[in-house]
Ligand binder design. Structure first.
Ligand code: PCO
Length: 187
């Protein structure tokens, strides 16, 4: 059994979350357990009714409502212990910048900050071409790679805002196949 944590951030590519979950469940059948952690802005881009009931969606509110006193669960630590693999799809420009700078101000970035170096963390950036082409993007992605994080590069296509160019999240099937290859390497 593989415990897979999916993270979603405030890029429109979060609209692919239901498809990502479906395709992972189809590929791995009952050998996979999925939990999702979303940022506040990610919540604009999917409907809860499109997510299977078996998949918990965790938000910043869950982190704070769970902790009342000493001994209570600390969600970002517990998620890190639970998950074998963490896939952030999409990783928006803002969260990329936060992770590169060690900032942890929500459930998703706290989970990344506490994520054990060496455990697979797969990042799928997505942003507008103009943001993607800014020189800071490459610097930050290179830094994350130097820590051993996996980056699945953006692709070029017509973006949702009508601009054409690099910045779209990689295809869902590429993510699913990448997860498969990581699992094969770490049975
Ligand atoms: C556009 N911003 C974006 C973000 C990246 N876009 C994508 C693709 C999706 C549809 O195929 C949304 C997945 O376009 O990853 O489009 C303007 S600010």
């Amino acid at each position: 059994m593989v415990n897979l944590l999916i993270g979603c951030t405030g890029s429109v590519a979060t609209i692919k979350l239901p498809l990502l979950i479906t395709n992972l469940q189809e590929k791995f059948k009952d050998h996979i357990q999925i939990k999702v952690v979303v940022t506040e802005k990610a919540q604009h881009f999917y409907k809860n009714s499109d997510i299977p009931e078996s998949v918990p969606i965790l938000t910043d509110e869950d982190e704070w409502s769970m902790w009342k006193d000493r001994g209570d669960p600390v969600l970002h630590i517990d998620l890190g212990k639970w998950a074998d693999l963490f896939v952030i799809a999409p990783l928006d420009a803002n969260t990329l910048a936060k992770i590169a700078n060690g900032i942890c101000d929500n459930l998703l970035t706290c989970t990344v900050r506490a994520w054990e170096i060496g455990k697979p963390l797969i990042l799928c950036p997505a942003m507008n071409t103009k943001m993607y082409n800014h020189p800071i993007t490459e610097k930050q992605l290179d830094l994350l790679k130097s820590w051993g994080y996996h980056i699945i590069p953006v692709i070029e296509k017509m973006l949702i805002c009508g601009d054409k160019g690099a910045g779209a999240m990689t295809e869902v099937d590429t993510i699913v196949n990448y997860v498969q290859s990581i699992i094969n390497k770490n049975p």
